[in-house]
Design a protein around this ligand. Structure first.
Ligand code: TA6
Length: 316
């Protein structure tokens, strides 16, 4: 559906409007007393979240373009129904089938001061070992937090091994001064180890996560909250979650960012990914006729300068 058709069918005055973005595709613009958000129909990908009285929470590459075969770098890509490389078919794209695919708008709604758009995506034919009838539904709700609910329903005839992530790119002042709390003591898979040397989540996080080079880790943790402390922007970003026992933390650093080619000059210094996932050993078996819900809730608040609130970065 074109943006005008989406607007006619689903627009809600003063809350949700559909228009063509200068990035090259239709987007939904959400507005409430709590702030604004922007979601592309391509990939049902959140591109922007600005809480009232605050500044942009998500990082989006300056090179981002919609309408290409490549996933947009930034915002909150939906990695589904697998995370990372396909488990056994190297011909398949990384991070699943839906990041560059057009999702359908199912409905829009206002509940009190919260505004919600529901997107859906359905697998029509068996693909990459996943059965026809497998569906994804993503609710993006702009309330006091930005909440994403990704519901997988297995309408197929065989169980699936689901891995997935809400691959959130959080905007930071400078990665070198950023720390992440909430993962202390947790085991993690170090994705930078050569696959031959990987032995699952055999490393342990000591203290806060700090960034002095590329970091690519799948933390085994059902603890819901990870917090990004950004002294330069003077804010904390809390990522709360449900339906997940793994959190991915990623920054490509300079060399990988250069290889990726769509991060932009020094872009790697301006974001950290805190990904709400079912990844690593956190594989979810979804039987036919059943569903699994993955939820991420993102909240930004001002924070006292580092040290003043008792949080002094401790090297890990
Ligand atoms: O979530 C971390 C990660 O798996 C990294 O290994 C890196 O590949 C990143 O995702 C981005 O993947 P993409 O396919 O978007 O380039």
């Amino acid at each position: 559906m074109t943006a005008p058709a989406l607007q006619a069918a689903h627009g809600l005055a003063g809350a949700i409007a559909f228009h063509d973005s200068e990035l090259g595709g239709p987007v939904a613009h959400l507005r409430s007393v709590h702030g604004t958000a922007l979601v592309a129909l391509q990939g049902a990908q959140v591109l922007s979240y600005v809480p009232s009285g605050g500044s942009e929470v998500l990082w989006l590459s300056p090179l981002a373009r919609l309408g290409t075969a490549k996933a947009v770098r930034g915002g909150i890509p939906v990695c589904w129904p697998w995370f990372g490389p396909h488990p056994n078919d190297p011909r398949q794209p990384a991070h699943g089938l839906v990041r560059s695919s057009r999702w359908r708008v199912v409905e829009t709604a206002v509940h009190g001061h919260a505004v919600r758009v529901r997107f859906a995506w359905a697998l029509e034919t068996k693909t990459a070992g996943f059965p026809a009838g497998l569906t994804a539904q993503l609710d993006v709700t702009l309330g006091e937090d930005l909440a994403l609910d990704l519901v997988t329903f297995n309408g197929g005839d065989e169980a699936i091994a689901l891995t997935q992530a809400l691959h959130t790119y959080l905007k930071v002042g400078d990665i070198g001064g950023v720390t992440v709390s909430g993962l202390e003591g947790r085991p993690y898979v170090d994705q930078l180890e050569p696959p031959s040397q990987r032995r699952g989540a055999h490393k342990l996080q000591t203290g806060l996560v700090v960034f002095e080079g590329e970091v690519d880790r799948i933390y085994a943790t059902a603890d819901p909250i990870a917090t990004v402390l950004d002294p330069l922007l003077g804010r904390r970003i809390v990522v709360d979650k449900d339906g997940s026992a793994s959190t991915v933390v990623w920054n490509p650093w300079m060399e990988k960012a250069a290889r990726l080619g769509d991060v932009g000059p020094d872009g790697y210094r301006a974001f950290v990914c805190i990904e709400t996932a079912n990844a690593g050993d956190d594989v979810r078996t979804v039987q036919p006729g059943t569903s699994h819900r993955l939820t991420a809730m993102i909240h930004a608040a001002t924070a006292a300068p580092s040290g003043a609130d008792g949080v002094n970065p401790v090297a890990s």
